[in-house]
Structure formats: structure tokens, C-alpha cells
Design a protein. Structure first.
Length: 397
């Protein structure tokens, strides 16, 4: 009765974490600190509260348009042009932008845009980095593709080596997910790398889906993006879909608001798919999102707060072998030898909850799982809490 593909989704990372820690008692005399999930806890700008609460009641009884409002689309296109210094007119806001309920939803739907399941013969392939954001896998499976994992280890600069994909695999590939800045490693793809990815997608006619939800949270210079790479190749977004979010940029994950940008024909199909499959973003949320994309001032303090936490982490944990400060994102990706053992120990002895790296990775064909030595630590709390937690962590590890 139930879709058989759902059986493949049962080892969700956080379900596994709950199972791992169920028998473990956290140390009783310490306040627990949850660093396993990437929920940003910094306050979003107060003005979104006013926008949402001051909307007249008819904003809630009307069905919102599936592709948002002209103001929302213009705000997204304006931000893209500012952030990536895009040539004037490269993005046609009316035809190339669609809202999504956070990039999670956009990433899931993008797989359904790209994948045509086979009636017979071999299944199409969906490529993704390893480690990967769980939604890439779930979307690929549910859309009828075979997920294939591309190592994104320290040896490959934490980005998949696109030159190492076998021609027989590329021939069956219908989509490639990339995440830059990456979760969990915080690596950023260079513009050269992104240009190579676009060229590969066009050569083999697959969809390149680029998750850029951490684009605004970086430690050094702003990371380049896929649109910047596309601009340098002439400006077309054929074979490209990029996703952006207010969850990290504006610390507004609860708003569930992001957008998808792509070629006009891709976005037209996406809107068609959304008409069948999704709840369009409510207009008060779109109005708040519009204000957030139009404003860059509130982002700098949010970014700075993460930078301060990374500087703190460097001071507290920097002496550990293999420790590195990530280029971007919210996470430490720490080599601790055995991620599961360290996760249990940290919960038992320091009341700190982290995520074993192996829950975000799959074994390679030889059975080796590159995530096993790691834990992922989300630096979401305020500086004081992070300092307390990392100090406890340094003592236990
Ligand atoms: C890599 C990555 N992509 C996408 C998302 C989804 O974010 P949102 O749906 O809030 O935009 C997350 C959330 O943590 C993430 O880590």
C-alpha cells in the first residue's frame, strides 16, 4: 500500500542520533547544549514581525500566487545582482525566480524537475556529494533516481572531484547536487570549479542543482556563486538551478522562505509542478521576505556573530590535530577518530549533543565510510554558550 521507495528513507540522520543516544544519560549537573542541529538561534530583524502582524486579515484568506509577488521576485533578483555582481538584466525577475518554503522544499522539488524515471532499463543517476544534506538523497530516491555519492573529503578539498566521474555514470546522470558553501565541511567552490560543473552539466545534459543556502555566512571573502560562474560563461542559466534561503542569511528559519532561480523554461516548469504539489508561500510571509532580501544591513551582524564563534573555536580547539576553521557555514567538522564514540562520550560526560559524521555520509563501494572519524558541531548558540560548550568539549575529547 505504501510507496516502496519510502523504505529507503528510514535511516534519517537524526533518527539514528536519537537511537544512538537513547540509552545514554547526559551528565546531570550540566545544562545540556544541543549542537547537533543547524537551527540558527540569532534573532531575525524585528521589522519582519511588524510586517507580518500588521497585514490586513484578507492577506490570510486569499490563496497566494504560486510564483510569489512581483515585489518578491524583484527583491530576490536585486539581491542576486548585488551579491554576485551580475551584469544588468542577466536575471529576468518575472521569469527566472520562484519562491520556495525554504531551500529544503526547493531542493526536493528540483529533483522532480530533473528526473525522468525509466520504464525499463537502468535507472537515471542523481549525483551528490558525500557527506550530503539529507534532502538530496530523499528527493533523488522519491523522484526515481539512483543516488550516487561523490567523495567530498579533505583529499578533494571537501568538494566532489567532478573530473573523476566515470563516463558511463555521466551518461546516465540526470542531476548533480552541489552545496557551496558546503554543509558540513564549510568549503566553498571556486568560480573555476563552478564553471567546470556548468560545462559538464551542459555537455551531458543534466540539471546542476546548487544549494547556496549558506552563501552569506562566511569567514573571509564572500564565496562566489553559480550565477557568477554562469555570468562569466555568457549569462545563460540553462541546466542550472540555484537555491537561496533566509534561514541562515536572516536567521529566519521559521519563516520557511527561500527562492529558486533558473532559466525561464525551468522556472515555468517549476511553477507548473508547484501548482500541483505545494502550498504557495503566504503573502504576509512573502512581504516580510521581500523586505529581508531588499536589506543587507541586518546580515552583517549575523555573519559577524558566526565569525566570532569560529574565532573562539580556533582558540579553544585549534591545537587539535586536523582542526581547521571552515571558510563558511555554521559548523565545525571535527576529526575525532570515532565520531559515534565521541558523540556518546560528549553526551554522557559533557551533556553536549553533536552529530556523528557517518550519519551524513554513505560508505564507498569498498565499504569505507569517510564520515566515520568526524563529528559535526553546529555553532548556533550565543557566544557565551558556545564558549562554555567548546570548553567542556575540549576537556572530554
Ligand atoms: C545544506 C543545506 N541545504 C538546505 C537546508 C535547508 O534550509 P532551509 O530550508 O531552511 O532553507 C539546510 C538546512 O539546514 C542545509 O544545511
Amino acid at each position: 500500500m505504501l510507496n516502496k521507495r519510502l523504505e529507503l528513507l528510514s535511516d534519517y540522520a537524526f533518527t539514528k542520533l536519537n537511537t544512538l543516544l537513547e540509552p545514554v544519560q547526559p551528565r546531570a549537573n550540566l545544562p545540556p547544549v544541543i549542537m547537533s542541529v543547524g537551527d540558527p538561534i540569532h534573532a531575525p530583524p524585528a521589522f519582519i514581525h511588524d510586517i507580518i502582524t500588521n497585514r490586513p486579515s484578507e492577506s490570510w484568506n486569499r490563496y497566494p500566487a504560486v510564483n510569489g509577488t512581483p515585489e518578491f521576485r524583484a527583491a530576490c533578483a536585486g539581491w542576486l545582482a548585488r551579491r554576485y555582481k551580475l551584469p544588468k538584466g542577466m536575471i529576468d525577475a518575472e521569469r527566472q525566480i520562484a519562491p520556495c518554503a525554504g531551500t529544503r522544499e526547493g531542493l526536493f522539488q528540483a529533483a522532480f524537475l530533473a528526473i525522468t524515471p525509466m520504464e525499463g532499463g537502468e535507472r537515471p543517476i542523481a549525483l551528490m556529494p558525500n557527506p550530503f544534506y539529507q534532502v538530496y538523497y530523499g528527493a533523488a530516491v522519491m523522484a526515481g533516481a539512483e543516488p550516487r555519492f561523490l567523495p567530498a573529503t579533505q583529499a578533494t578539498g571537501f568538494m566532489p572531484d567532478l573530473g573523476a566521474i566515470e563516463p558511463a555514470v555521466l551518461a546516465r546522470t540526470q542531476l548533480l547536487y552541489l552545496c557551496t558553501p558546503g554543509n558540513p565541511q564549510g568549503a566553498c567552490a571556486s568560480l573555476d570549479y563552478l564553471r567546470g560543473a556548468i560545462q559538464l552539466a551542459r555537455q551531458h545534459d543534466f540539471m546542476l542543482i546548487v544549494d547556496e543556502c549558506y552563501a552569506e555566512i562566511y569567514n573571509g571573502t564572500p564565496p562566489g556563486g553559480i550565477l557568477e560562474a554562469a555570468a562569466s560563461l555568457g549569462g545563460s542559466l540553462d541546466n542550472i538551478v540555484a537555491l537561496h534561503s533566509l534561514s541562515k542569511r536572516s536567521s529566519a528559519a521559521g519563516l520557511r522562505s527561500g527562492f529558486t532561480v533558473g532559466a525561464p523554461q525551468t522556472i515555468a516548469k517549476l511553477c507548473q509542478l508547484r501548482s500541483y504539489s505545494c502550498a504557495a508561500t503566504p503573502s504576509p510571509i512573502l512581504e516580510a521576505a521581500t523586505a529581508l532580501w531588499n536589506d543587507d544591513d541586518h546580515v552583517a551582524p549575523i555573519r559577524r556573530s558566526y565569525q566570532e564563534k569560529f574565532a573562539l573555536a580556533q582558540r579553544v580547539l585549534g591545537q587539535r590535530p586536523g582542526y581547521y576553521t571552515p571558510e563558511a557555514g555554521l559548523f565545525l567538522w571535527l576529526d575525532v577518530g570515532d565520531g559515534e564514540a565521541a558523540t556518546k562520550k560528549l553526551w554522557a560526560e559533557a551533556a553536549i549533543k553533536v552529530l556523528p559524521g557517518a550519519y551524513l555520509t554513505r560508505p564507498d563501494p569498498s565499504g569505507r565510510n569517510s564520515g566515520v572519524p568526524y563529528i559535526r558541531v553546529a555553532l548556533i548558540h550565543d557566544l557565551e554558550t558556545v564558549e562554555m560548550a567548546l570548553t567542556r568539549m575540549a576537556r572530554v575529547l
